[in-house]
Design a protein around this ligand. Structure first.
Ligand code: ADP
Ligand code: ZN
Ligand code: ZN
Length: 791
């Protein structure tokens, strides 16, 4: 019998451990690399990924593979290599990396877990699934949520009016109609609904049962019972909604665009592995270059992945790619339902599309002949995954194209400091688009010192200049965008008498008040309490709601400009799947005068009628104790400013700040990227921060305060020992210290930070030492390699 090497998906407490299993003859034919299998593991059954098949093994008494889940493997050869690289690079388990490559609908935490566990065998599952089952039945059988099983049901029920012409049904409908016409009030509600549905069916012929509101579902059930309408099941492809905004036709590229396009084309023509950094100001026409390169890739019979940082940006990019490439485009992002995601993923896997537009995880899109990966807004934080595997999409993409010999393009108006640094070192080829495609100038940014405003008697959140500009824009029927990077109503609530501040009991973070102070919530764990009327400590009723969030700003805007139409866009107002699309469309149609928002509106918005952009408090991010805070502030200001004056009308940006002299504010308001870069780079070098050193952050987490502390000492000690024993050069170990967010969800946290110029050696040693699992039970050591922040 052959031997399969399997990465088992279980908490083995062993990094990169793989297990050997015998392949029974009846499975031998269908088994190949990258297939998921069910294997016995201890007394359980577990899911695993086959990463190699061999003739023999040095291990004795091997057990047999129980079943093969995929006749066509889901993970290709190159993806197995990528997974191995990730596990090592991010010091995590191999199966966890493979899990990250597959859509949730296929993952172990759904039905397969139950097959893998002891509750049900594969045959039982097949038998159970051979009959049509409702969502509820499935969920109950497998003890999972309906959402988890929803993706397994690919049928939609169509209700058709096929039997309308039959005598008895016709009579039934006639009575309904007669009743409905004569006196809507007297007829029972049920009958009224049935008539409503009947009318819809007369117009449309059929409706999708699942999409009907509950009352109409009930009506449909009755009509089916009476034999009046027919219900069929049919296979459907679940296509996510998208917006539809007409795309401009662009005939000629600008000179800068052309140069960039030709440089990249050359690498594609020669099938040469290359990494490009496309540094183009907002509106310089980067997207147009992406579109044309995608076209080129398609004609070469290859495929392209286009990554965007956030769900909120995706509809626009999707819109532009779809209008160009129609059905050749798939989308993948966290805003899709599990079922939609699975269907999109399968379409890619089966080679039915050539372009994927998606967020972070789309970097794993299972194209068989991938030629190009484009990462738009490459500097964005969302490209870093915060859970295991804690990968950085840019790094993963770089590795993936390297394995394939493909091309990587990193695009940004404000590249990450590290990216510019790498470009200067020759790791990336730098391409610049210094001007807007329509040759409009970048809007002028006026910096307003809010301390000065206060001394001159203006206590409002609006400086006098911002007020003037908003009024002007409104008078001219132009639009205004106000940016504030903090949601909620007020950010701290404190007692004016004794100074008590309201904090989350499990996280020790201040609670943010929402809904005009109606309730307060912890933005970390969602702990929520009703608005307090008095101080729990001294019973005083004098509470102050300090700090402004987008909600309070909205209230103030409405008070100040009572005749304007105001809309807010932040996580709280974007609750449903299509709310972003709705707001976008409304703003595009001119139904909104003033749009207020968090970073959701900082990018991707391209509206010609926006003439005033207000940055309400620009320096909020500067107070965060983090080595990237200046860089992040610079990027955000530049991005937000880019929303103004994108077409013929001149735009103006009013930047309000309490620290106008800060170099980040100073250089961003004058668009002096290189000045900022030079200054920031010096600071990083002096403090030995990236890009001059790599960092590895160790978080030591447990529910007992004392234990965390002592264990953190051990982690630090163990690292120092490694440093000495292996004589690793150019490394420093900082800590242990209490984590800046010391208590989260009732867990206490300490951290140790390692800075090193020799990442490779550390990775080798830490992986070999099985480092994250070396410490006491009940304490978690979470490792983040090259974390984005130290907070
Ligand atoms: P970016 O992605 O760099 O922000 P876009 O590709 O969105 O820039 O282009 C900004 C605007 O300029 C869009 O409205 C686009 O239609 C337009 N545009 C892009 N390239 C050209 C061109 N060569 N000629 C005229 N307009 C262009
Ligand atoms: Zn008090
Ligand atoms: Zn909390």
């Amino acid at each position: 019998m052959k031997i399969a090497e399997v990465a088992v998906d279980c908490p083995t407490k062993q990094l990169n451990k793989v297990y050997h299993y015998l392949v029974p003859p009846h499975l031998s034919k269908i088994l190949s690399y990258g297939a998921r299998v069910i294997v016995p593991f201890g007394r359980q059954r577990m899911l695993g990924y086959v990463i190699d098949i061999k003739g023999q093994s040095e291990v004795e008494n091997l057990k047999q593979i129980i079943d093969v889940l995929d006749a066509d493997p889901l993970i290709g050869d190159d993806m197995i290599k990528l997974g191995k690289w990730m596990a090592h690079r991010y010091i995590t388990n191999l199966a966890v990396c493979f899990n990250a490559m597959l859509p949730a609908g296929l993952k172990t935490n759904t039905i397969e877990k139950y097959v893998a566990g002891n509750s049900c065998t594969n045959e039982e599952l097949k038998a159970f699934m051979s009959k049509p089952r409702t969502l509820g039945e499935l969920a109950k059988k497998f003890n999972v949520s309906s959402d988890d099983v929803a993706c397994y049901i690919k049928e939609k029920v169509l209700v058709k009016h096929k039997f309308f012409q039959q005598k008895s049904s016709k009579k039934y409908i006639d009575i309904l109609s007669l009743n409905a016409r004569s006196s809507k009030n007297q007829i029972t509600k049920g009958a009224f609904r049935q008539h409503q549905l009947f009318e819809v069916l007369q117009n449309q012929g059929e409706v999708v049962y699942q999409k009907l509101p509950t009352e109409l579902k009930r009506a449909a059930n009755t009509l089916v019972e009476k034999g009046v309408v027919q219900r069929n099941k049919t296979q459907v492809f679940r296509e996510p909604d998208s917006i539809n905004i007409k795309e401009k036709v662009i005939s000629d590229l600008t000179a800068h665009q052309k140069k960039a396009y030709e440089m990249i084309s050359e690498s594609l023509n020669k099938h040469k592995q290359d990494n490009f950094l496309l540094w183009g100001v907002t509106g310089s026409g980067k997207t147009e270059i992406y579109l044309r390169l995608a076209q080129k890739i398609i004609t070469q019979n290859k495929q392209v992945i286009v990554l965007v940082p956030e769900i909120s940006l995706t509809p626009l990019m999707v819109n532009r790619f779809k209008s160009r490439f129609k059905d050749d485009v798939a989308v993948l992002h966290s805003g899709l339902s599990q079922g939609e995601k699975l269907d999109q993923w399968q379409k890619i896997n089966e080679g039915k599309v050539k372009v994927v537009v998606g967020a972070r995880s789309a970097v794993f899109a299972p194209f068989k002949n991938l030629g190009l990966i484009i990462i738009d807004e490459e500097h964005e934080n969302t490209y870093k995954q915060e859970e295991n595997p804690k990968y950085n999409t840019v790094e993963v993409a770089k590795k993936r194209v390297k394995l394939l010999g493909g091309v990587l393009i990193l695009g940004s108006a404000t590249p990450a400091l590290e990216s510019i640094y790498k470009a200067q070192k020759g790791e990336y080829k730098l391409l610049k688009l210094p001007k807007r495609a329509n040759s409009r100038p970048m809007p002028k940014i006026d910096v307003i010192d809010m301390k000065q405003e206060l001394t001159e008697g203006n206590r409002s959140v609006f400086s006098r200049k911002l007020l003037n500009h908003i009024n002007n824009s409104l008078d001219n029927n132009e639009q205004v965008v106000l940016f504030l990077n903090r949601r909620g109503f007020s950010t701290t609530t404190l007692c004016r008498k004794c100074g008590f501040t309201f904090k989350c009991p499990s996280c020790d973070l201040t609670l943010t008040s929402h809904d005009s102070g109606n309730y307060m919530v912890c933005h970390y764990c969602h702990y929520q309490i009703a608005n307090p009327s008095k101080c729990p400590s001294c019973k005083s009723i004098h509470l102050a709601f300090n700090g402004i969030g987008t909600e309070k700003l909205q209230k103030k805007v409405q008070e100040t400009f009572p005749h304007s139409r105001v809309l807010r866009m932040d996580v709280d107002t974007m609750s449903s799947k299509d709310s972003y699309n709705k707001v976008y469309q409304q703003f595009a149609n001119g139904q909104v005068d003033i749009l207020i928002g968090t970073q959701m509106i900082a990018k991707g918005f391209d509206f010609p009628n926006v003439t005033t952009v207000g940055i309400v408090i620009a320096d909020m991010g500067l107070n965060i104790p983090d080595f990237r805070s200046a860089e992040k502030t610079f990027q955000l200001v530049t991005q937000v400013a880019g929303r103004a004056g994108r077409d013929e009308k001149e735009g103006k940006v009013i930047l309000q700040t309490y620290s106008p002299e800060h170099y980040s504010i100073e250089h961003s308001s004058s668009y002096e990227y290189m000045d900022f870069y030079t200054k920031e780079l010096k600071i990083r070098e002096a403090l030995n921060y990236p890009p001059f050193a790599h960092m590895i952050k160790f978080d030591i987490i447990a529910s007992q305060e004392e234990k965390v502390r002592s264990e953190a000492e051990k982690v630090s000690f163990a690292l120092k020992e490694i440093l000495q024993n292996h004589k690793i050069k150019k490394s420093e170990i900082l800590g242990p210290v209490m984590s800046p967010r010391y208590k989260l969800r009732n867990n206490y946290r300490w951290q140790v930070i390692l800075k090193t110029k020799d990442l490779k050696q550390w990775l080798d040693v830490l992986n070999k030492a099985n480092f994250p699992y070396k410490f006491s039970k009940g304490v978690r050591v979470s490792i983040d390699v090259d974390p984005l922040t130290t907070t």
